[in-house]
Design a protein around this ligand. Sequence first.
Ligand code: NAI
Length: 301
Amino acid sequence: MLEGKVILVTGAGGGIGKALALGAAQAGAAVVVNDLGATLTGERESKGAAEAVVDEIVAAGGKAVANTDSVAEPEGAERMVQTAVDTFGRLDACVNNAGILRDGFFHKMSFEDFASVIQVHLFGAFNVSRAAAPVFREQETGSLIHMTSTSGIIGNLAQANYSAAKLGIVALSKSIALDMSRWNVRSNCIAPFAWSRMTSNIKVDSPEQEARVAKLREMKPEKISPLVNYLASDAARDVTGQIFSVRNNEIFITNQIRPIRSVHRSEGWTAETVADHAMPALRGSFTPMDVSADIFPWDPV
Ligand code: NAI
């Protein structure tokens, strides 16, 4: 499905990114494998992560090149895109997948932990998309696929930095989809579920949580690959501005925030009438204080 296409996958040295890079190469794409070789919290650790995935792709008869820049730096993102163009002559799709975690309850979250997570996820998605934009515009085609999270779309404890970045990515994606549709540039999000270094970081301190983690272990990163390959391909030419989710053999489409109920008084409102009239009328439509696990309570299929 991706024969002749060139795809950049960020954070592809391990986890979901690696599975996506291998999957795209198998489908015929030439792949720029980016990875900084970072620890879970974002410190540069090993230079070899991207090269190892390139070796694997080439050994299987595919085409790939490594890049070890950070998505958090605009110049790094530009080099990734330039690597695609210099090595393979074009760029058809970017998967904004690189990520880090610095979890902590809000009242304990440091400025640095907030900033660094926003920097890698939200600025990273901006930097890579922005670097690709002129190439896509010139080619009059291109596909951006951003990894978001149910942590941002729904909610999760102790992830204010990550949730804010991931919901920011949803708005970024929609804005790009609107601004660049005249050049056939598409932009979609996927909230993936997979057992990886990131999910294995979940703290387990009760038998219930242990049971939950046992279920998470069954979710394979490879299962995200078919949707990514489809979105990168010409078959998805009319699919843009959407939020999908993949959990093993399930694919979901997620709705987007819209007004769901309104009240009005022709004479206008006071704080008292808001209390006596507006809130009782709107309360039935309040969104519950739920977390991702409340919305996905059944086992992965
Ligand atoms: P992972 O921790 O296994 O992989 C992330 C990769 O990104 C690592 O190889 C790391 O070296 C690389 N990276 C980190 N900072 C970088 C930077 N500045 N520049 C370039 N590369 C960098 O994580 P996983 O689970 O594979 O996550 C992939 C994406 O999917 C992330 O965006 C994550 O937020 C998202 N996601 C994952 C979920 C899951 O269930 N695993 C759930 C929801 C979202």
